[in-house]
Design a binder for this molecule. Structure first.
Ligand SMILES: CC(C)(COP(=O)(O)OP(=O)(O)OC[C@H]1O[C@@H](n2cnc3c(N)ncnc32)[C@H](O)[C@@H]1OP(=O)(O)O)[C@@H](O)C(=O)NCCC(=O)NCCS
Length: 169
């Protein structure tokens, strides 16, 4: 059985344990080793995760199967005062993918966003992350745009923006 549990700063090691496996697995054929190392430190150090949770209003949830944490998702209601929820991250352990956990996590965020009266849920995805794009399309998201973001050290994130309006259902 899968449980969806709100995470706190106490769960930072649980999030890091999943990201250490899922992140390189996802991007090994998409980004250089140097960019993977840079981005993992930037997003998953103790300080960064604490700041996301305490200052940047990112909410983390974990999916637990039995005694094991199998996935995390982070999201931000009313991101940049848009009246839309942004999903910042979703990572399922490779051994637990394609078993419905991603859908459970998305259903959780979509229902929170609807309860909060949000207009839409959106996210950024690397243009070459075909598996995630297939999943987002299956979840009813459409391509709303594209963005290149400079993340420092000579690296960029070359993304599509996917969005699911909530008032069209
Ligand atoms: C992409 C990801 C979040 C999907 O989660 P998941 O738990 O594996 O997906 P689910 O089992 O919940 O799938 C839900 C639906 O999407 C479909 N789907 C999922 N991955 C798919 C893929 N790669 N290709 C086609 N369809 C896919 C499933 O078939 C399922 O459809 P159904 O409802 O008709 O059965 C997960 O595989 C993952 O963590 N990938 C690596 C990390 C990543 O890329 N994160 C996104 C960064 S932007």
């Amino acid at each position: 059985m899968i449980e969806i549990i709100p995470a706190t700063t106490d769960n930072i090691p649980d999030i890091q344990k999943i990201s250490a496996v899922a992140w390189p697995h996802t991007f090994k054929d998409i980004l250089s080793e140097k960019q993977i190392a840079y981005m993992m430190h930037w997003m998953y150090s103790d300080e960064s995760l604490r700041e996301q949770m305490e200052k940047q209003h990112h909410r983390y949830v974990l999916a637990k199967e039995g005694e094991e944490f199998a996935a995390y998702l982070s999201y931000e209601p009313n991101c940049e005062n848009t009246g839309k929820t942004k999903i910042h991250k979703i990572y399922i352990l490779p051994s637990h993918q394609r078993k419905g956990i991603g859908k459970r996590l998305f259903d959780f965020v979509l229902s929170q966003a609807r309860e909060n009266g949000e207009k839409a849920v959106y996210l950024n995805v690397n243009k070459n992350n075909r598996n995630a794009i297939a999943f987002y399309q299956r979840m009813g998201f459409y391509r709303a745009g594209e963005e290149v973001n400079d993340i420092g050290n000579g690296f960029v994130m070359d993304d599509y923006v996917y969005e699911k309006p909530l008032d069209h259902e």
